[in-house]
Design a protein around this ligand. Structure first.
Ligand code: IPE
Ligand code: IPE
Ligand code: MG
Length: 238
């Protein structure tokens, strides 16, 4: 497949480009196992579609793209796998930073609790270096859990109320959105999940209240532009 974006997708009358696409990147382990490799091999292979799909979404005019790469529940996996993932994410943030010329603003969403200093440092450097980029926001949901995010928002709302900054009459949907990690960004229009699971897995519960859901049986490392096109067609026509 050519990595050049085929703009035919946007020519039809019925094609609408979602403002915010959020992807649950699932199936790396199974992808590797099918090939007789360790799960970590699948995680490494899973970084390529993140880069390819980011490039395609940028060219299609998607404003916000969120990848779910590690949940707050994923700490329960083998130490060895978690260690591998954390090192992979550290290198991945460095790589993203070096692609900042693409005018993409990179953001981490989730908690930094339990992340290594090195990873936190690379995240912060990447966020700083890309903060003025304005063509697209790329959220990396790493150590992310929607319930954690909601609890965090509630705590901050109560703090601000106690400090006299906020009155309960001012609590609206928009106000609550502004206490989420996705502050200032549009809600999710389209969720994509790979590897066939019909689950939300604690992902952007507040922000996806009105999102459409598209699921493919294919594993994340095999996800490509054809899948993205299918998902956008589904979004436009369903
Ligand atoms: C998704 O792939 C990546 C992470 C959650 C880190 P999995 O690791 O969940 O792969 P499967 O679902 O077990 O095949
Ligand atoms: C969680 O993946 C979501 C991510 C891809 C990061 P899992 O593969 O751990 O999800 P569940 O637990 O099977 O729903
Ligand atoms: Mg999985």
């Amino acid at each position: 497949m050519s990595d050049k974006v085929d703009f035919k997708i946007v020519e039809g009358d019925n094609i609408k480009i979602p403002k915010h696409i959020a992807i649950i990147c699932d199936g790396n382990g199974r992808w590797a196992k099918r090939r007789g490799f360790p799960r970590t091999f699948g995680h490494k292979a899973g970084t390529r579609p993140i880069e390819d799909i980011t490039k395609s979404c940028l060219e299609l005019g998607v404003k916000v793209l969120t990848f779910y790469v590690f949940s707050t529940e994923n700490w329960n996996r083998d130490n060895e796998e978690v260690d591998f993932l954390m090192k992979l994410f550290t290198r991945f943030f460095v790589k993203l930073r070096n692609k900042a010329g693409k005018n993409i603003k990179v953001k981490h969403i989730g908690t930094t609790d339990n992340l290594s200093h090195k990873l936190i440092d690379e995240i912060k450097k990447t966020e700083r270096l890309t903060e003025n980029n304005s063509d697209m926001v790329l959220n990396i949901a790493l150590n992310y859990g929607s319930r954690y995010e909601i609890i965090n928002a509630i705590k901050n709302i109560i703090c601000d109320r106690d400090a006299g900054i906020l009155h309960e009459n001012k609590i609206t949907e928009d106000l609550i959105s502004s206490y989420m990690f996705t502050k200032g960004l549009p809600d999710v229009d389209l969720i994509i999940r790979t590897s066939g699971e019909m689950r939300i897995s604690n992902f952007l519960l507040w922000q996806s209240a009105n999102a459409k859901l598209w699921i493919t049986k294919d594993f994340w490392p095999d996800f490509n532009y054809e899948h993205l096109k299918e998902a956008i067609k589904f979004y436009s026509t369903s």
